[in-house]
Ligand binder design. Structure first.
Ligand code: ADP
Length: 667
């Protein structure tokens, strides 16, 4: 009860209070909580990502550490046994042998250099470990022959001396003598003999001339002759074959010798013409093998190779064992296998050497919207000091996903707020309407009481005067009787209206529809009303055709409706005034119009006049007594008859209400 009173007393202020407490505040709290949740979710997602990256980086470092450990174990095993057992090598290393220049394992000590794969390197690294002993001083007869050749330049004698010595010599000495002999033949201008002798020497593949393989020396000389006497249209076959065998690793040479022979042979093989396909192919192979050999010489992870060597005890001639693998080969074959699990997880792995060289993956760590999207871990093994870096393969997708989630969240928040606002709007409307009805009801109660009071007072006063015999003449008495009757009528109508309305409101008003003679009914109604109107100085002007279509109607109810319209016409027209009642047959039905030239209905009121309890806001209309029920009753009754009520009105000019009813013959 108190709340209602409050609402009725100051609806505006309390509504604002209620609205603030129930909608605005929760809405605000919801928005703040939403935004906080959004920020938290973002931080959480970033944290999750960081943790995941950290875990993955640790895992990657562990895997890499384990891998390098197997390399180390391999080197140690070779160091212990002094041999390279291909069967004991890991699969990936054996597979790398298919690609020349990809990887090599070298074990070198005083007793020689072992290289796996055998022909992997262009030249032998670390010559200082295996320096061939200097050839012993020449025996006297050989030195004598050499002196005749080089000092006396007596070539025929030198030839015969060399030939004699050759007959008694064996092994490397024979090779040495053949070489000298061929040389002197050449100096003596006996080119054919020189060539034949070199050819003989070239066949002695196991002998040496000094520190050099005999066949290499001989083939070099033959190729040199071939190059000097170059035939324009004959391919330099000897030089090409020599280059092929050099690249193929036929002679384990140390660096400077290899470079000298290989470069010269290649120059001869390619000279004077566009290099043949084979020369190009051999050059490429040559370069790859030189690169790999150079990696061992430099013993550092430069030039595209990763080198791991077994620690030595520091002595200059201590045996050395090292493994070199091309970084591009590792990039293509080894690292992807090693980090496959992380790649499946949508992560990219990067590998950076301590000098900043990128060994695998993309180097720099990326950040997305302030979130560092990479985690890294150091990996140390011997002299190798690397960093693994792990980052999401699709950082953009990750941040896009985050942004998408944010958008969805914000949209939802906005939608909820919009819904709340809409709900608020609806609630306000309903509340306003309810407040309005409450106000109208309370107006109604006071008006109805007032309405009741005045006819009752009049009846009581008149009755009292009559009863006490204070009315002097018969004419006056007659007039009082009539007034008592009309006031009672008014009272009855009022009571009828209120009762009708409440019955109607509860849906209990039954209508007994029977055919009625429209013209007769209207004339009767007009006559009754005129008697009442004329008392107040009003005049009713009727225009009712004699033969109107019959209506199917509840006569009493329809009379109440028209009485109300006529009553209003009179009420809202300053006396004395005329009101009009006319009727027309239309489309088999009847249109009954009630017209006045009264105060009219203000435009603001027009949409509401049929509402229950609604009373005009116009000052003049307010002065007139009424309940605000009349027109809603009229509309209800007419609609129950299948008809409709319309009106036209202008402020200050008057109003016309039209009741359109269907004829009895119309289904
Ligand atoms: P009331 O008891 O106030 O007359 P009604 O439902 O009959 O209630 O009418 C509603 C309102 O419509 C009135 O308060 C008045 O402002 C307006 N109204 C109705 N009929 C007329 C009319 N003939 N002329 C001017 N205003 C009218």
């Amino acid at each position: 009860m108190r709340v209602r009173q409050l609402i009725q007393a100051r609806p505006g202020r309390h509504l604002v209070l209620v609205f603030t407490l129930t909608i605005l505040l929760p809405g605000l709290v919801l928005a703040i909580v939403g935004v906080r949740a959004l920020i938290q979710e973002r931080a959480l997602a970033a944290q999750e990502m960081r943790e995941r990256l950290d875990r993955s980086a640790a895992l990657a470092a562990q895997q890499l550490g384990r891998e390098l450990q197997t390399w180390r174990t391999l080197l140690d095993a070779v160091g212990r046994t002094g041999t390279i057992d291909p069967g004991a090598l890991p699969d990936w290393l054996r597979e790398s042998a298919a690609e020349p220049g990809a990887a090599a394992l070298v074990a070198a000590g005083p007793d020689g250099v072992r290289v796996w794969p055998r022909d992997a390197l262009a030249y032998q690294p670390w010559p200082e470990l295996t320096a061939a002993p200097r050839p012993p001083a020449l025996p006297r007869p050989l030195a004598e022959a050499e002196r005749v050749e080089l000092g006396d330049k007596d070539y025929p004698r030198a030839i015969s001396l060399y030939q004699n010595l050759f007959a008694q010599a064996a092994g490397d000495q024979r090779a040495w003598l053949l070489h000298r002999l061929a040389r002197v033949y050449r100096k003596a201008g006996r080119a054919n003999e020189a060539r034949r002798t070199f050819e003989t020497l070239a066949a002695r593949t196991t002998d040496h001339v000094g520190a050099l393989p005999a066949d290499l020396v001989a083939r070099y000389e033959l190729s040199s002759d071939e190059a000097a006497a170059r035939h324009a249209n004959r391919a330099p076959a000897r030089a090409l074959a020599l280059y092929r065998d050099l690249v193929g690793g036929s002679w384990p040479l140390e660096k400077t010798r290899y470079l000298y022979y290989a470069d010269t042979a290649r120059a001869w093989a390619a000279a004077g013409r566009p290099p043949s396909e084979e020369v190009i192919r051999l050059s490429t192979l040559d370069e790859a093998k030189r690169g790999l050999a150079e990696a061992f010489v430099l013993d550092a992870g430069v030039g595209g190779f990763v080198i791991m060597s077994r620690p030595t005890n520091g002595a200059p001639r201590a045996p050395r064992i090292a493994l070199a693998v091309a970084t591009r080969w590792l990039q293509a074959h080894r690292w992807p296998d090693l980090f496959a699990a992380l790649a499946v997880d949508g992560l990219d792995v990067g590998l950076v050497a301590s000098n900043g060289d990128v060994l695998y993956g993309e180097p720099p760590a990326t950040t997305s919207a302030g979130v560092p999207l990479a985690a890294s871990r150091p990996v140390q093994e011997g002299r190798l000091s690397w960093r693994v870096e792990v980052r999401p393969a699709h950082a953009d997708a990750w941040s896009a996903n985050l942004a998408r989630r944010r958008t969805v969240f914000v949209t939802m928040l906005i939608a909820v707020l919009a819904l709340m606002s809409f709900g608020t709007y609806l609630t306000l409307r309903v509340v306003r309407r309810e407040v309005e009805i409450a106000r109208m009801k309370s107006d109604f109660v006071s008006t109805v009481s007032h309405e009741f009071r005045s006819p009752l007072t009049a009846i009581r006063q008149l009755g009292e005067m009559l009863m006490r015999g204070r009315v002097p003449n018969e004419a006056r008495r007659q007039e009082y009787y009539e007034r008592i009757t009309s006031e009672s009528d008014r009272l009855a109508r009022l009571v009828e209206n209120v009762l009708d309305f409440s019955r109607m409101d509860e849906g209990r008003r039954p209508y007994a529809l029977v055919p009625i003679d429209t013209s007769a009914w209207l004339n009767e109604l007009a006559a009754r009303f005129e008697a009442h109107a004329s008392q107040n100085g009003h005049q009713l002007i009727t225009d009712i055709p004699a033969r109107l279509p019959e209506l199917l109607a509840d006569r009493e109810a329809l009379s109440t409706a028209l009485d109300n319209l006529l009553d209003n016409a009179v009420k809202y027209s300053p006396a004395p005034a005329a009101v009009w009642l006319d009727a027309n047959a239309r489309d088999g039905g009847v249109t009954i119009r009630v017209r006045d030239r009264g105060i009219g209905i203000a435009p603001v009121d027009q949409p509401h006049i049929f509402d229950r309890f609604y009373r005009g806001t116009d000052g003049t209309a307010r002065e007139v007594k009424g309940t605000g029920l009349g027109l809603s009753l009229v509309q209800h009754i007419v609609q129950a008859h299948g008809g409709c009520v319309t009106f036209e009105s202008r402020s200050g000019e008057g109003t016309t209400f039209s009741v359109h009813l269907k004829g009895a013959s119309i289904p």
